[in-house]
Every structure is written in C-alpha cells, then in structure tokens.
Write a protein of this length. Sequence first.
Length: 133
Amino acid sequence: MRTIIFRGRVKETGEWITGNLLSYPEEDLYLIEYRLNLFNFRKQVEKDTISQFTGVYDKNGVEIFENSKILIPGEFTVNNTDTEGVVLYGSDELDIGFYIASMDRCLATNWEQLEVIGTTFDETINIKEDGNL
C-alpha cells in the first residue's frame, strides 16, 4: 500500500513541508498538517504548489512527488541522451496515473533508476542528506 502524503510551500515563509492535506476550497484555504515531536501543526500552503507523493523514491532515496524535475539517463531514453522530465498526474497517450513528461520518451521501468533534480515550482528547493525536503 502506497503512503499518501503531500507537500506544499508555506505561504508566509516559503519553506516546503510534507504531511496530510486539508482542503477548504470554498474558502480558498489549503493546509498541510504535519507532526513534530508529539505535536501536530497546520500551516497554510500555496494552492498551486501542492503535490502528491508518488510512493516511489529515486536512485538517491529522494521522495518523488508530482511536479518533480527528473534527470533521465541516456540509457533510459529513445535517443540515448540524458534528458529532463517532469512528473505529472493524469494521463498521456500511454500512461494513466503518475507519469514522466519529457522531450524524449522515458524507457525506465523502475523510477528508482532516475534522479530528482528539483521541482517545477522553485529552483531553490533543498534536498536534505536523508533524501527528504
């Protein structure tokens, strides 16, 4: 069973957090609830930055979320050249669910062969040594 968590950028500080999504669309309010030590906290996040965890980690153990930028090594592309892709949710001509959109078709059958290199929202996203944000 896949772990369902979300990440989003906090409106006030710009920091990235992960946790459970609480959505109140009628109020245009989106919160992520997370646990720190023994306490639960909620912070308002920017709606457009909310991304769901795919349940998969890259070759470095980094969580792959939708809207993650991915480096696809040439050995896993049609043209045998390294290329970048973006993880999306929905469907394209071959995939339904999470898929990688790129200029060159990704042939990797295991996303753990790929590498997260950023996000479509913010080039300054920091990946900690433990593989998380």
